[in-house]
Design a protein around this ligand. Structure first.
Ligand SMILES: C[S@@+](CC[C@H](N)C(=O)[O-])C[C@H]1O[C@@H](n2cnc3c(N)ncnc32)[C@H](O)[C@@H]1O
Length: 293
């Protein structure tokens, strides 16, 4: 794997750097040049990455978090958005909250989004819409066998900005009114959509062979990155960054939306998987004529 790999053509391209993101953001990117950052750093929960050691002390981890956030802040546009995905584990639920507290003086926490991985909806609670024929339990969760802890079915996505006043394209990821009579009742409901709110149900794609199809211990679904980019606003997004790329889901989403991306990852194998995925997106686009979605 070379240090720098570019996938794509004149229309839209993603630039992949195999290097430490703190040095990389400082060295390779112009100040204020990034509109949207979607990223998921290591969580310091002892995840077994191929290269990164996820078992450093909590204080070292929080110090390092401040360092990469400072580098990210330097390259983020004044009206840019940083979507920071971070999860916990039942026996250590503090990590996301400690991370966001540790950077409180650096940036503003504009929204807190809950990425829901699995949920149960009783038919009776759906009420008069009558669209469920039974109770519904959907999504994936890591089962734990514990008398103390609940299964962990969500992760945080902190929406962080420089001044706390970034305008969002809420209806770009809006949801239809269930009760259509609201459409005429609410003034701004003309297009039949309302804001999705901050609970996003995004299950992982079901796969048969984890090693082959999702060769990474802590990836997020591409749909998560896509929703973040759409929420910031496609018209206002010229360049997307992921400093902790993993197997490439942010790059794949950005390319799929016709938006250039620049990304960093220290692990060669993850990066090689990421570039292969990105190539497949570009090839599919070339096959059907590319452009913004
Ligand atoms: C939680 S994973 C990201 C997964 C990614 N969102 C995906 O969907 O595949 C964090 C990644 O950060 C990488 N990493 C750790 N330290 C890094 C650093 N200093 N610079 C760049 N990448 C780093 C790890 O190798 C790991 O793949």
């Amino acid at each position: 794997m070379r240090k720098k790999t570019v996938i794509g053509g004149d229309h839209v391209r993603a630039t992949f750097y195999c290097e430490d993101c703190i040095a990389g953001m400082r060295r390779r990117l112009e100040p204020g040049s990034i509109d949207v950052i979607v990223t998921s750093p290591p969580y310091n929960l002892g995840t077994r990455y191929s290269t990164y050691d996820d078992t450093i002390s909590r204080q070292d981890y929080l110090d390092w978090t401040r360092q990469w956030i400072e580098a990210a802040k330097g390259v983020l546009a004044d009206d840019g958005s940083l979507f920071l995905n971070i999860g916990a584990k039942p026996s250590d639920p503090w990590v996301p909250l400690e991370v966001v507290s540790a950077i409180r003086d650096l940036l503003k926490l504009q929204n807190v989004i809950h990425w829901i991985k699995s949920i149960h909806i009783p038919q009776a609670d759906v009420g008069r819409y009558g669209i469920l024929s039974d109770d519904l339990t959907v999504g994936h969760y890591k089962p734990i066998n514990s008398p103390r802890y609940l299964n962990d079915c969500h992760e945080y996505v902190f929406h962080i900005t420089k001044h706390g006043n970034v305008k969002l394209d809420r209806l770009a990821i809006g949801v239809p009114y269930q009760d259509k009579s609201n459409i005429s009742r609410w003034k701004r409901a003309g297009d039949g959509l309302h804001c999705r709110g901050n609970t996003w149900f995004i299950p992982y794609e079901t796969i048969k062979n984890r090693t082959k199809e999702r060769p990474h211990p802590a990836s997020f679904p591409p749909a998560l990155a896509e929703m973040c980019i759409r929420l910031h606003g496609l018209d206002r997004t010229k360049l997307v960054l992921d400093p902790f790329l993993g197997i490439g889901n942010t790059a794949v989403s950005a390319l799929g939306l016709g938006i250039p991306a620049v990304v960093f990852e220290i692990d060669r194998e993850y990066l090689s998987e990421a570039t292969a995925r990105a190539k497949a997106v570009v090839e599919a686009q070339e096959g059907r004529g590319s452009g913004r979605k």
